[in-house]
Design a protein around this ligand. Structure first.
Ligand code: NAD
Length: 284
């Protein structure tokens, strides 16, 4: 018999976890959100309410978005939260030891059939698989921020992932309105960031080095490739803090670019669209 996914539990209801839970519930699945304590769960309710408003504004046919938000169950009891789950999607903070710890608990509490998927952006599933107690039913399912809009779901298993489990998760991704992107083997950065990070770095290198203004770089990219947005427009959407932190952990050249970002933008409060100005100015 094929693998059926109906009940989904999302671990961690922060930025991405709340979006994944909301989108999954919006597409008619039975969803439970798990987080560490009541304060985190109260914050989750607030995130769901905000998402409901966003969906009504931005997603066609989202008139029932408030009902979606209300229909998501929340729990701070891990055992209860996963007791009937067909699929657990983990979106806890990006700290390897924390993820390993939670998978050790989860492996003991979840039914044997339950599939585990990590939304980790930078950790490879093979670094986690031994802690799950079920490496054949574990893989990465990676969403992008603003799942209703940037709807890729990158799916990446390890050598141990059962192909039937992999295909079930591909099917699930489609069922919740994502475009599944299948990776055949593990790759840090998946497909999207393997392409995007070098592009953004090259763009910042051009501007920091005084070769060309951000506007000229973006114009070149748009006209030369037909893309709707250039790298600096994309950076403004992402916000400059995350790229800054990533660059700071790199080599001397990367750190010089980070310093340039800090001096010219971050220290001036120009963090991107969220603050009304980054490389470009935005009006509300
Ligand atoms: P976040 O900090 O917004 O949310 C993390 C949530 O996990 C919080 O609600 C926190 O209370 C909860 N948490 C902490 N410890 C926990 C535990 N032991 N058990 C269960 N929940 C716990 O983080 P985020 O930005 O949503 O990122 C979560 C994951 O998603 C990371 O692996 C990250 O790489 C990935 N991701 C993030 C983005 C993004 O743009 N933010 C995009 C794609 C993937």
């Amino acid at each position: 018999m094929g693998i059926e996914i109906r009940k989904v539990t999302v671990l961690g209801t922060g930025v991405l976890g709340s979006q994944i839970a909301f989108q999954t519930a919006f597409r008619g699945f039975d969803v439970t959100g798990y987080d560490i304590d009541d304060a985190a769960l109260t914050a989750a309710r607030g995130r769901f309410d905000k998402l409901a408003a966003t969906y009504r504004e931005q997603v066609p046919g989202a008139g029932e978005a408030e009902a979606t938000a209300a229909g998501i169950a929340l729990s701070s009891d891990l055992g209860a939260a996963v007791s009937e789950a067909d699929l657990v999607i983990e979106a806890v903070p990006e700290v390897l030891s924390l993820k390993q710890e939670i998978y050790e608990k989860l492996g003991k509490l979840a039914p044997e059939r339950t599939i585990f998927a990590t939304n980790s952006s930078t950790l490879l599933p093979s670094a986690i698989k031994d802690f799950t107690g079920r490496p054949d039913r574990f893989l990465a399912l990676h969403f992008a921020n603003q799942v209703w809009h940037f709807n890729t779901a990158e799916i990446m298993g390890t050598d141990d992932t059962d192909p039937a489990v992999y295909q079930a998760v591909v099917g699930f991704a489609s069922a919740i309105g994502m475009v599944p992107i299948e990776l055949h083997k593990e790759k840090a950065g998946y497909v999207l960031n393997s392409l995007l990070v070098p592009l953004l770095n090259a763009a910042m290198n051009l501007a920091e080095g005084g070769y060309a203004e951000p506007e000229a770089v973006d114009k070149t990219w748009r006209i030369g490739t037909g893309a709707p947005a250039g790298p600096f427009q994309i950076l403004d959407i992402i916000g400059l803090t995350t790229p800054y932190n990533i660059l700071m952990s790199g080599d001397a050249t990367r750190q010089r670019i980070a310093q340039w970002l800090k001096d010219n933008y971050i220290d001036k409060g120009k963090l991107g669209i969220a603050t009304g100005e980054g490389f470009y100015k935005y009006t509300a």
